[in-house]
Structures are given as C-alpha cells and as structure tokens.
Design a protein around this ligand. Structure first.
Ligand code: TEU
Ligand code: CA
Length: 561
C-alpha cells in the first residue's frame, strides 16, 4: 500500500500535550491546579506548537485515585473549577487552534457514584446489574483468584448484600458491567453530552479491559502482570463494544480517540486502530515502558536499548499503513523521561532530554508530551513512604515489604518508578513553590525549580523547550512534514546497544536520525550522501557521517540522498 491509500486525518500530524490538572497551575492559591490555571498557560502551549491538549480527569470525584474514580460524569470537581470554566477553556483553546481531548474513564466509576450507591443498596435494585456482583465461594472466599492493580484482590465483599463486587483497580473503583446494554447506553449518552460541547476527542482509560468473560474463570498465574489479565484484556467483547461505540457515538464526530491498552501486541494494535475496523484512532501500547521493571511485582530491570529499539520499530513497522501509532516517553503514571532514559545530571540533563525528544518526535504516529517534559523536569527524591502520595506507591511498598525487601530498597525502587514523580507540580519560574501556587502545593515541588523552570526555558533559545518546538515544526512544516508523518521506518543496526539510528523515507525524501544514548563519545559509520543537517543538539556541525564522531547524548537529524 502506498501512502496515498491511507486516508489522511487531522490527528495524523497532531502533537498532543498532556495536562494533569492537579499539578499544572493553580490560579486561586488553594494549592491545587485548576482549569482557570490551564487557561493562563494556553499561550505557552501554543508557542510550543502542540495543537491538542489531553486533560486527565477533571470530573467530580472523591479523588481516591486523583480523579480516575469518577462520581459525576457530567460535573466538574469543584477544586478544578466549574462547567463554565471548561467551556471557556474549550473556547480559548479553539481560538489558538488547540483541541481539547478529555479522559473517558468508563471501565469503572467511583464507589461514590450514584449508580454504584444504588447498585449496592440491594440485590434487587434495578441498577444491581450495572456492576459485577458475584456470590462468595462455598468457603466464603472471593469468586475467583483475580488480582487488582492497586489491591491484593480484585473482589471486595459487601457485607449488607453478601456478594462480592469486582474492581480491577482500587476498592473505590468498582468495574462497570459492560455486558449490560443499559450501562453502554448511559456511557454513550454521556459521550454525546461532552462531544456536543466541541471536544476534540477522548483518551480512554484502560478501555481494553471493559469486556469481562461471562464465566469469570480463575486466572493462570504467570510470572508477571495482574492475575486475570489474559481473561479481561483485549478480548473479542472489547472489540464488539468499541465498534458499537463507534457506530452510536464516534462516527458522528471528527475526533481523536486514543485507547489506553496495557498488555497489547501489535496485532491487537491493528485491530484497535485500523481505519476500516471503526474502533479507535490509536492506542497507547505499554511494551516499552515495561522494559526496565516488572510493574506488578515491583521489580527493577536494566534498561536495554537493543530491546527498546526492537519494540519501537516493531510497532512502527507492524502498524504502517495498517493502523496508527501513538508515541510517548511518559505520562502521569510514569517517572520523568530524562531521569529514566537519559541523564538528569547537571552536565547532561539538557542535552540528553533533547536527544530523547528527537528520537521520539521523528517517529511516525502521534507524539504525546507530558507536562514538564518539554523543560526536562526530573524525578524528585522521596525519603520515606510517608512522602509519597499515590495509592499505587503505597501498594507496591506494602508488597515489597511483605516479600522481605528492606525499607531502603523499597524506597529506592519507588524513587525510580513512583507515579508521584510525574505528579509533582510543574515548575513555572523561580518564585516560591516554582510559581505553581501562592499557597501550599498539594504535593511539594522539586527543589531544583530554581534552575529548571518554564520561564528560563522560554527565554533561552537553546533550551529543551525550543528544541521540542523545532521538532514539532518539522512534523507540521511544509518541507519535512510528509516524511515525518507518513514515511516508512527502517531501523539501522538493531544490535547496537549504544546508538539508536533509523531512517524515515517517503517519496523523494529520507531522513536519517542518529542518537547516542550514552555519556561517551562514540564513532560510527553511515554510507549515505548528506543533503543537509536538519537538527542537531550540539552547536558545531557534525563531522562526515562516513566517520561520524558522536558526542555524549548527541542526536542529529540528517536529510540524506
Ligand atoms: O492506568 C492504568 C494502568 O494500567 C495503571 O495501573 C498502570 O499500570 C500504572 O499506572 C502505570 O505505571 C490508568 C490511569 O492512567 C491511571 O492513572 C489510573 O490510576 C488507572 O487507569 C485507573 O483508572
Ligand atoms: Ca486551585
């Protein structure tokens, strides 16, 4: 298939900026980021060049999981603002050519959602079947051996009615029963409610988990992953529900949809994103963020560039002309990009962050930037378990202690991987609390805000921010847009564990991207003719690429013959 055969869509050359509202910008001094705070920063995002904003949940919620536990789908959490604020955000964003994508969290609701309150009130309540209720086994234990992401078991007993309810996440996040058509209609209605306001689309939280097999079989215990995943992820039901959702809702709007889908293969990726299947625009796959740890068991592994390259190029190639990729280094569940994959030392932080941005933004697919990544924000150091906020950090800590890991080692693991790193407030300037709030921030800021902040980055034309801006311009510009967005992908030297080099090619143009992932100077040979150097994270022109000397964390984009 040639590029002409892939129907072009507006989100193909989009660049998405993810906002975690609680940590983005506080406008009223209560220490919590809010929607008016986002509006204040729209110019900053527009200058960067991102043209879509994905907002993590801003709906009414008891905040057990910071908004991923929704108790009112058509209401805004008061700490984030009002419905009028969201409408103003849509209006102000639209003026700047930015679309707003909201989070759709419909695998589960909060246990404080009126639907669940009704459902649990009695066995014969009309909404009983909106959630997943099962009798205990003969001995009173859970209906099966499934685990939860945030608790040891996926089932909690409701004493009043004597049945267990299912929750793949916390016990305050009961799973909706998608087998019930009333539930699906209620979700579709709610989607129309938001889309009619002019949304640019939805990011769909763990959407690949909505289909549960009707017999609720015991899980096979594998070495990794939450027990049960082989039953409730990526099954045929998910695809049926998504196609119904497309038919009843999505086809009526020209929107971007991205499914969050742990445990997916590239074949699943094609099912979800092939345009002719009428499911989603794209998905977030998880293979690459699983390289350096086994998440469920909280075990650290070494990052291996050869493996990273294999995963990324397999996705690039397998979905080429058969679907659409999203590409990301980080999000609100992941550690900070530069600390994890580059170097956050004073010497190499800026250069390695630019290198990582280059590698990602020259891939095909829609790139996602997580707030603060564009200024190279780093992981924060946490001293003890009390300093962590996230429920997952607490769960992982408990698990590690129970299996005999020392306190120090457990804290060290969390200092690599806790979701809190991403949720530390954005560093805007050198004022108190990094200019995030005039009050007390809900999570303390990283002390390094004095050097690392957005004000500095905007004013310094050599900053990471401006490097990202240039990368976005390449994707969206006349000259290289077509090859960056639609070109094919060829990985060079797959076994090279230090350098990531690949070629993007379409029609007349080919770009060679070369990135040094180490802090050493390396030499490599590339037999191509050079038309011009398109972007380089060092000032001086590279030597000949036939005998290329790559400085630490150097990344160059070359237009080749
Ligand atoms: O995350 C789903 C998910 O798989 C996570 O538990 C993931 O394993 C982990 O966060 C990554 O390290 C989504 C949301 O992104 C997350 O913030 C929510 O807590 C979760 O769903 C429940 O809604
Ligand atoms: Ca606030």
């Amino acid at each position: 298939m040639s590029t002409e055969q892939l129907e072009k869509r507006w989100w193909h050359d989009a660049v998405v900026y993810q906002i975690y509202p609680r940590s983005f910008n506080d406008s009223n001094g209560d220490g919590i980021g809010d929607i008016p705070g986002i509006i204040e920063k729209l110019d900053y995002i527009q200058t960067l060049g991102a043209n879509v904003i994905w907002l993590s949940p801003v709906y009414k919620s008891p905040m057990d999981d910071n908004g991923y536990d929704i108790s009112g789908y058509r209401e805004i959490a008061p700490e984030f603002g009002t419905m009028a604020d969201i409408e103003k955000l849509l209006f102000e964003a639209d003026k700047r050519g930015i679309k707003i994508v909201m989070d759709l969290v419909v695998n589960h609701t909060s246990d404080e959602h009126p639907w669940f309150l009704e459902s649990k009130s009695s066995r014969d309540n009309p909404k009983r079947d909106w959630y997943i209720w099962k009798d205990p086994k003969q001995d009173g234990s859970e209906p099966n051996n499934w685990e939860s992401f945030f608790k040891p078991k996926a089932w909690t007993l409701d004493e009043t009615t004597g049945q267990y309810y299912l929750h793949l996440f916390s016990n305050k996040q009961p799973d909706l029963n998608w087998a019930n058509p009333e539930v699906r209609e209620a979700v579709y209605d709610m989607m129309h409610f938001w889309l009619k306001k002019g949304l640019g689309g939805f990011r769909m939280d763990v959407i690949n988990m909505i289909g549960k097999p009707s017999d609720y079989p015991d899980a096979t215990i594998f070495d990794s992953g939450v027990a049960g995943w082989e039953h409730w992820s990526n099954n045929l039901l998910v695809h049926q529900y998504l196609r119904e959702m497309h038919d009843k809702v999505l086809r009526h709007y020209d929107v971007l949809t991205v499914g969050e889908t742990p445990f997916t293969t590239t074949l699943d990726g094609r099912y979800y994103s092939h345009p002719e299947r009428n499911e989603l625009s794209m998905i977030f796959q998880f293979e690459h963020v699983g390289i350096d740890r086994e998440e469920h068991n909280a075990v650290k592994k070494d990052f291996d560039l050869v493996q990273y390259k294999e995963i990324m190029s397999r996705w690039q190639e397998d979905l080429y002309q058969r679907g659409w990729n999203s590409v990301y280094w980080s999000n609100h569940d992941q550690p900070r990009t530069v600390s994890r994959y580059g170097s956050d030392s004073p010497e190499y932080r800026i250069i390695s962050a630019k290198m990582l941005g280059t590698v990602l933004h020259m891939m095909s697919g829609t790139p996602y930037i997580y707030q603060g990544e564009e200024i190279g924000m780093t992981n924060k150091h946490f001293n003890n378990i009390e300093e962590f906020n996230d429920l997952m950090a607490k769960f992982h800590y408990q698990k590690m202690i129970e299996r005999g890991v020392s306190n120090d080692d457990a804290i060290e693991f969390l200092n690599y991987f806790s979701r809190d790193h991403a949720r530390v407030p954005v560093q805007w300037d050198t004022k108190d609390h990094a200019g995030f709030t005039t009050g007390t921030p809900w999570l303390p800021v990283n002390e390094n805000y004095v050097e690392i902040n957005a004000e500095q980055a905007v004013n310094d034309e050599d900053s990471i921010y401006h490097h990202y801006r240039q990368l976005i311009q390449l994707r969206q510009g006349e000259e290289y847009g077509d090859v960056v967005v639609y070109g094919n992908h060829t990985l060079l030297d797959p076994q090279d564990g230090e350098v990531y080099a690949y070629i993007r090619s379409s029609g007349e143009k080919s770009l060679l991207i070369i990135a040094n992932f180490t802090d050493s100077t390396l030499q490599r040979t590339y037999q191509y003719g050079v038309k011009q150097v398109v972007l380089n994270n060092y000032d001086d022109a590279p030597s000949s690429i036939h005998e290329l000397v790559l400085k630490p964390y150097q990344a160059i984009i070359i237009d080749i013959e």
